[in-house]
Design a binder for this molecule. Structure first.
Ligand SMILES: NC(=O)c1ccc[n+]([C@@H]2O[C@H](COP(=O)([O-])OP(=O)(O)OC[C@H]3O[C@@H](n4cnc5c(N)ncnc54)[C@H](OP(=O)(O)O)[C@@H]3O)[C@@H](O)[C@H]2O)c1
Length: 261
């Protein structure tokens, strides 16, 4: 990981109270970044901030539901007044729940994932974009998923929400390309966090959030546009997508129980 890349920078991480976000926040603080921590469970964020400060790092917390544009703007303003203008925004907050067929639940659960996983990224980026455009520098990072590239039976909301993140961030990347702002899309495979704790069956290429964090921060520091990992799962998904429709249909329906988060 490039410590130099993050030293003295203000980096905001949404979804910092658990899993990948928490691991990245700890690594960023270790690398010398001033870390802004956003999530809904502020008690857990406070404990994380205490842990970071005890190790000599800088952290400031702000509670927000990323699905709420006003809450995200207020949280970012609060963090910036404590830590300074945002250099890097890592929009990581996300949820993964099944998309049931019963109509009410279908609309409710898919709506939740689109609002948190997709609009949450839009809200997080839009909160820092005016400042970055003015300063002509900054980096916007979307935590998507390899699930953006393949859809599993019963996981339509999650996969669609992540495919939309990839499409949106690709478009934004072109829009700000000549304005000094980088847009990075990170697509992990299976990571051992509370999100995958209920997954039964094999998780090819599964890795710890600590290992994933180091790979993701290296990709951010390196200014990567899109980073898909781990290699084995990327190859597996490319292969699945080459299969004839009837074979793929059987596999993705069977795998619906154990999606790539
Ligand atoms: N685990 C995997 O295998 C995997 C694979 C690919 C991609 N990802 C993606 O990586 C990201 C992090 O996932 P994870 O595995 O670390 O999951 P996790 O351990 O369940 O953590 C999810 C984080 O998102 C926050 N969050 C959820 N809804 C929120 C909301 N409405 N507003 C603000 N914060 C919210 C949670 O905080 P609060 O509950 O405190 O709000 C928590 O900090 C997600 O975008 C996920 O889709 C995960």
């Amino acid at each position: 990981m490039g410590s130099i890349a993050f030293a003295g920078k203000t980096v905001i991480v949404t979804g910092a109270s658990s899993g990948i976000g928490r691991a990245m926040a700890l690594d960023l603080a270790k690398a010398g970044a001033k870390v802004g921590l956003i999530a809904r469970r502020t008690q857990i964020l406070e404990e994380l901030a205490v842990e970071i400060r005890a190790k000599g790092g800088h952290a400031h917390i702000a509670g927000a539901d990323v699905a709420d544009w006003n809450e995200v703007q207020a949280a970012v303003a609060q963090i910036e007044s404590a830590l300074g203008q945002t250099d890097v925004m890592i929009a990581n907050a996300g949820v993964g729940v099944p998309s049931p067929l019963e109509a009410q639940a279908h609309v409710r659960e898919i709506g939740v994932m689109i609002r948190i996983n997709t609009l949450g990224v839009v809200h997080s980026f839009a909160s820092v974009l005016p400042g970055m455009l003015e300063r002509k520098k900054g980096q916007l990072v979307a935590i998507s998923s390899l699930a953006a590239y393949i859809s599993f039976g019963g996981e339509g909301g999650y996969c669609a929400s992540k495919a939309a993140v990839n499409s949106y961030s690709q478009s934004l990347r072109e829009q700000v390309r000549n304005k000094g702002i980088k847009v990075t899309t990170l697509c992990p495979g299976f990571i051992t966090t509370p999100m995958t704790a209920g997954n039964h069956g094999p998780m090819p290429g599964v890795m710890s959030p600590e290992k994933a964090s180091k790979k993701m921060l290296a990709a951010i520091a390196g200014g990567r546009e899109v980073y898909n990992f781990p290699f084995i799962t990327v190859v597996l998904i490319k292969f699945l997508n080459l299969l004839p429709g009837w074979v793929l249909r059987r596999i993705v329906t069977d795998l619906g129980d154990n999606k790539v988060d």
